[in-house]
Write a protein that binds this ligand. Structure first.
Ligand code: SF4
Ligand code: SF4
Length: 98
């Protein structure tokens, strides 16, 4: 309790874009990839067959199942924005950014 109110806490566990990503090593189709230029880890949905192996491989629970598309989705560090010289969307909206 904080000030008479229940204390709510959670841990935000995004993709860490690991240096040696377990998800990339586990993916059987090459859909989970890491860019050599900057290390961003992303899913190529043209190659993803929805086997969910990457979900089991990631220690952080970053890859998520999307029932709408029948494939895995995850943070791609807003690489489309990064390629335009922009910051990821989360960086632009973070309330504690200094
Ligand atoms: S999905 Fe998990 S294993 Fe893959 S790069 Fe992100 S944090 Fe690392
Ligand atoms: S769900 Fe897609 S990205 Fe994940 S391991 Fe299977 S093919 Fe690779």
């Amino acid at each position: 309790m904080v000030g008479g109110l229940p204390r709510a806490a959670y841990i935000f566990m995004p993709c860490f874009h690991c240096e040696n990503p377990w998800c990339v090593a586990a993916c059987p189709t090459g859909a989970m990839q890491q860019r050599t230029s900057d290390g961003i880890v992303f899913v190529d949905h043209n190659l993803c067959v929805g086997c969910k192996t990457c979900i089991s491989a990631c220690p952080w629970g970053a890859p998520q199942w999307s029932p709408e598309i029948g494939k895995v989705v995850k943070c791609d560090y807003c690489m489309d924005r990064v390629d335009q010289g922009l910051e990821p969307a989360c960086v632009t909206t973070c309330t504690t950014t200094v």
